[in-house]
Design a protein around this ligand. Structure first.
Ligand SMILES: Nc1ncnc2c1ncn2[C@@H]1O[C@H](COP(=O)(O)OP(=O)(O)O)[C@@H](O)[C@H]1O
Ligand SMILES: [Mg+2]
Length: 336
């Protein structure tokens, strides 16, 4: 059984798209590739999005900020853009800021929410301030007293770059020696590194869509990675990682997780779409790990998977997200 929330969403999408002429979207730019460590995945996301738009008759072309300077974007005369970039300079508010300047509506969250969500420490500060459950954490520096960190968090713990994606630079740590080594690894990816309580239990992820008063969760997906290690390889390349939807953990738990991720999305002021990663502890209590504001859109990605379970195809999802591209601030009256 799919939850109320995702059924409502699917009905809403079907209604919005009924009789909608995809050509009315005008010329669409699909931003893909870029310069982050997640470039390769972004190219796959972008290719999927571009193919979906073209298949619906939309005039869409790709634009890769990794090879084309962003100032060239203005020459393309796009009517809107789909952001299929992941990580830095794509998911972090910087592109969103430029698009606000160009007055070019874009998919997903605005400048502030994008910048907050890419920073796992800031994200957690906001969640903590709202009383939302997220694992205990502290920031690590070269001069941190690692003994104190262990006292506060305990083993096992997770060390990760505060603003990297795709599990890059992340380690699970069981002792003090490993903690020092893990810090050095994470520090190669980011100036900001965090230690976080390791939540041992089921891994879940749940997409959230919409804006303002109309925010809904899609079906929850349970992830079972080989040896419980959902690393870069098991995320994108392994055939052994299992994705289970519905989760099999029961409606009550799924509803609880959906409610939680909706709250986590609202707390950050997200819009358009996002996907929260969640861990359940041994007692089945959910903890929020992070919010992805430009989630993967490869044909095997998790948001399209959840949408499909709600009854919405990849193409419909792309069309709906593109149709709902927005600006935070429209320049009324134009420039002087
Ligand atoms: N505190 C934690 N407890 C248990 N597992 C974790 C924790 N933090 C991260 N992980 C594991 O590492 C993966 C990646 O971590 P995440 O915080 O989602 O960062 P990102 O996806 O941006 O690399 C998660 O999907 C999960 O498998
Ligand atoms: Mg994640």
């Amino acid at each position: 059984m799919t939850s109320m929330s995702s059924t409502n969403w699917a009905n809403q999408v079907k209604q919005e798209l009924a009789g909608f002429d995809p050509k009315s979207l005008g010329k669409v730019g699909v931003l893909m590739g870029g310069v982050s460590d997640e470039r390769e995945i972004s190219l796959l996301s972008g290719q999927g999005v571009l193919a979906a738009l073209n298949s619906k008759g939309v005039q869409a072309t790709s634009f890769d900020p990794g090879v084309q300077h962003m100032t060239l974007l203005a020459q393309e005369k796009y009517d809107r853009v789909f952001i299929a970039l992941h990580g830095r300079f794509g998911e972090d508010g910087t592109i969103q800021g430029l698009l606000e300047q160009y007055q070019l509506p874009y998919t997903g969250s605005g400048v502030l929410s994008s910048a907050l969500a890419i920073d796992k420490n800031m994200t957690k500060q906001i969640w903590i301030s709202r009383g939302l459950p997220t694992p205990k954490h502290c920031m690590l520096t070269p001069t941190s007293n690692f003994n104190e960190v262990v006292q506060k968090i305990g083993f096992p713990l997770i060390v990760k770059p505060a603003s990297e994606g795709s599990s890059l630079g992340l380690s699970k740590v069981e002792n003090l020696e490993q903690l020092k080594a893990a810090y050095s690894v994470a520090a190669k990816f980011d100036r900001e590194v965090m230690a976080e309580e390791c939540i041992v239990g089921e891994e879940l992820t749940c997409p959230v869509v919409g804006d303002g008063q109309n925010i809904q969760a899609l079906p929850v997906i349970r992830i079972i990675a080989p040896k419980n290690n959902y690393d870069y390889h098991n995320k994108y390349f392994s055939d052994d990682t299992q994705y289970i939807c519905p989760t099999g953990l029961g409606d009550a738990l799924e509803n609880e997780v959906q409610q939680l991720v909706i709250e986590s999305y609202k707390a950050l002021g997200c819009r358009g779409w996002g996907r929260a990663d969640v861990m359940l502890n041994a007692q089945g209590k959910p903890f929020l790990l992070e919010m992805n504001t430009s989630p993967g859109m490869t044909t095997h990605s998790l948001v399209p998977m959840a949408a499909k379970h709600a009854g919405i195809s990849y193409e419909e999802l792309v069309l709906w997200l593109t149709k709902n591209a927005k600006l935070s601030h429209a320049l009324v009256g134009g420039r002087v």
